[in-house]
Design a protein around this ligand. Sequence first.
Ligand code: FEO
Ligand code: CA
Ligand code: CA
Ligand code: CA
Length: 588
Amino acid sequence: ASVAGGDPKRPLIGFKAVPVSKDDTVHVPEGYVAEVLIPWGTPIHSDGPAWKKNATNSARDQAVQVGFNHDGMHFFPFDTRGRMKSRGGKHDNNGAGLLVLNHEYTDPAMLTIDGLEGDMTLEKARKHQHAHGVSVVSVRQQRDGSWKNVDSPFNRRVHVNTPVRFSGPAAGSPKLKAKTEPRGTLNNCSMGHTPWGTYVTCEENWNQYFGTTAKGHEATAEEKRYGLPTGGTDYRWEEVDERFDLVKDPHEQFRFGWCVEIDPFDPDQVPVKRTALGRVKHENCHFAESNGRVVVYTGDDQNGEYIYKYVSAAPWRSMRARGKSPLDEGTLYVARFNEDGTGTWLPLVFGQGALTKANGWADQADVLVRTRRAGDAVGATKMDRPEWITENTKTGHVFCTLTNGSSGPHPANPRKPNPYGHIIRWMEKHGDKTGTEFDWDIFVIAGDPEKDPMVNINGDSFGSPDGIWGDPHGRIWIQTDVSNSTQHLKEYEHLGNNMMLCADPTTREIRRFLTGPKGCEVTGVIATPDMRTMFVNIQHPGESTKAIGEPTAKNPQAVSSWPEHDPKGRPRPSTIVIRRKDGGVIGS
Ligand code: FEO
Ligand code: CA
Ligand code: CA
Ligand code: CA
């Protein structure tokens, strides 16, 4: 019963919209169910340490439990013919596979019994470090339709202290030589998945973990460009773990800000930081294929930063057949959006354009380690916080959420200030994603139309789009992250809790599908290949809001007690599993 392509007379979106909500729960449309799976602290193996609701689990426990603040996620189906790894297509197992998900950051009020007040200890730092990174969890559908996490040889955690390695043009850079062997991944926001079946986790706001206990440190030019602090950090790791003191170990910082490839089907694989994709604050990386080559789109999420694209040097299958990674040899480009609706991908290649020795560039490794400056040098377009990138699987149009910001006015960022964000869309010339020319338009200007006449949503209101995913049938799913520092603004007073919506890219109708609990962000979405089970992440339920209150280690439920609503418990970031009661295709 494939609906792919569907009946042309049948609308792409078929559910009844849910209203705006301020409830401390998840709402989905009539006829749908949403169940909680793998909340923070769930043991990765069934014989592992159980989660303790009073936050007394140790750092060692946390290293073998699901991490905190679930974010980008992918489902890798098993194969119905008994192979561990599906090769895609009709033998996908829609009821069993690996769920691989990021854990972006941690909240001190939730993680330990006394937060990060008082004496800082290595044990506390380690617990936070182990709650970051990635979880690989085997999941299986039960006879009653619900899903459970189950034991498998693949289940594992990758965190801040997991050994990693570097590859690509910057791997040998002297900047990447620090005091210890390379370890760890940080602030794993969103992700991508490769056509060869691996997961790529992206390092976003890694800068906030590096500080110093030294007095009077003056930021280097690179530290300024990437926004590193000159003193202590909120996480206080630098007080107990020298790696994170940028005066004691000044090169460790250059080991973060990369895209990191993880093979979920090889639990012994050492995660690989693929330097050819550049060093920024990566939101996600969307993988596409064109002329046999792999094309990777990625945004740098900060106000006034850029959108990038990587194209492999040769068709990815032939590179792999020769034992090369398609992510190690290729060209990185940065986007210029011209005012007339055309655009150009500008190569970030040493020796080309402004990136010459005469201009102070040493080699390609230097260009990649200082990607942001390379983007400055070639004249890329500053954007309103580029978040996730996806594509319409039916047309090849690429969509990028620009969550909010103030980098305009420019036709590509038409509102300044832009508290609600917008979604930009582009089509590569002749549909060739390996090329350097494209045409772009604005898909939607988000917000509350009662507050701002520029808002042009055909359907339900929303603001601060962040997660975005083009499903196999051509729907575009949009998730919001109205941060808790802006949710109290009057621009947002009618929009309630964060939400997920569904767009029909042809009619541009946008319909609200889900609302999250209090203080949360909705981020991370993937479905089984048959679109009959959808996985969505609820991140930071109960995070402080100026409107509602400030959770503390003593009162972690000040804002939310989702999902357990246990008076002695605490809110837990979780995956939710969404199904239709009639077993139908989600969204249709
Ligand atoms: Fe981690 Fe830009 O969101
Ligand atoms: Ca995000
Ligand atoms: Ca965001
Ligand atoms: Ca966020």
